[in-house]
Design a protein around this ligand. Structure first.
Ligand code: PMP
Length: 316
């Protein structure tokens, strides 16, 4: 038996992290959708809140407020529920309805601001967070976000790789950029030549060409280049793009072929990783992350209204 849960845990926050690393068709994929609250964001939510408590920025009775495309909102709502804080999630309309419902299920208040992109929510959360008794973690700016990924997630992946292997490439979409930069820093420490690839939707190439448009790879390309990415951009070797349609098709394939029920960004990560393996055969160890669970997209992609439609899509 694994020793991870061999004794009684204090709270569900003890189950954050320690996720499997799978070899999926030659790509090493870290299965982060298994985290409590259904995404990788449980990691930074726990890390940033516990850090704020230690630094005296957050006290009993305070309110946490954060702008999010949803997953960080879900994760912070879970942490706030465990620790007894009030939680306000500020998010745009037009994202999956499950994201809103999950934050509410954890007892959070959801405030809507803007449409799909997070820009307006960001300004509102900053305003609310400046009030006495409020704390705004500021995931798009905070070095604590980078730190979690460098000190915890990155080393976890390195320890799981087969003996003697170091990462040659890391590819990730950019929401805050925290995962790409933080895990990238951990990888550079063991392989200075590791290549870091940022991925963005081909419909909204914000990093490469300043374009801001709608897409369906929720959680990345939120309508601006985040501060974390700007500060650390020199670490990144290349920017790739994947279309929304291809991301969603690959998301569905991962569920049917591998039993991995994850969201569109995971599909996009897988396609980008396979492109890297094909175009750069010298990069033997390619790593990516499957960030959130498919359950967050049930209404968008999986709730066909009739039995015959379900069958038609299932066997297509
Ligand atoms: N995929 C999904 C589903 C996400 O929610 C996020 C973060 N919003 C990312 C990828 C990108 O992670 P990061 O914020 O570390 O860039």
């Amino acid at each position: 038996m694994s020793t991870r849960f061999a004794t009684v845990s204090d709270t569900i926050l003890d189950a954050v992290g320690d996720t499997p690393l799978l070899d999926i068709e030659g790509v090493y994929a870290k299965i982060e959708f298994l985290n409590p609250s259904g995404s990788i964001k449980a990691r930074i939510a726990k890390y940033m809140i516990e850090r704020a408590e230690r630094e005296g920025l957050l006290k009993p009775g305070d309110t946490i407020v954060e702008a999010t495309s949803g997953n960080t909102g879900n994760a912070l709502s879970m942490v706030a529920a465990v620790k007894g804080y009030r939680m306000q999630v500020v998010m745009p309309e037009g994202l999956s309805s499950e994201r809103v419902a999950i934050s509410r299920a954890f007892g959070a208040e959801v405030l809507f601001c803007g449409n799909f992109h997070v820009n307006e929510a960001l300004a509102r959360a900053k305003e609310l967070g400046a009030q006495p008794g409020y704390f705004c973690p500021s995931q798009f700016e905070s070095e604590w976000n980078v730190e979690e990924n460098r000190e915890i997630l990155g080393p976890e992946i390195l320890a799981q790789l087969p003996a003697g292997r170091v990462p040659d490439a890391l590819v990730l979409g950019v929401g805050t950029g925290g995962t790409l930069i933080g895990v990238g820093q951990a990888f550079r420490a063991v392989n200075p030549d590791v290549r870091l690839f940022a991925m963005e939707p081909s419909e909204s190439c914000t990093i490469l060409c300043g374009e801001i448009a709608s897409h369906t790879i929720e959680g990345i390309s939120d309508g601006f280049v985040p501060g974390i990415f700007e500060r650390h951009a020199s670490l990144v070797n290349e920017v790739l793009s994947v279309s929304s349609v291809d991301a969603v098709t690959e998301m569905k394939r991962l569920a049917r072929r591998h039993g991995l029920f994850c969201g569109p960004s995971s599909g996009a990560h897988m396609l980008a990783a396979q492109r890297i393996r094909k175009n750069f055969p010298e990069l033997k160890t390619v790593v990516t992350v499957f960030c959130d669970e498919g359950e967050k997209y049930l209404h968008e992609y999986f709730m066909a209204p009739t039995r015959s439609e379900v069958d038609a899509t299932h066997f297509a």
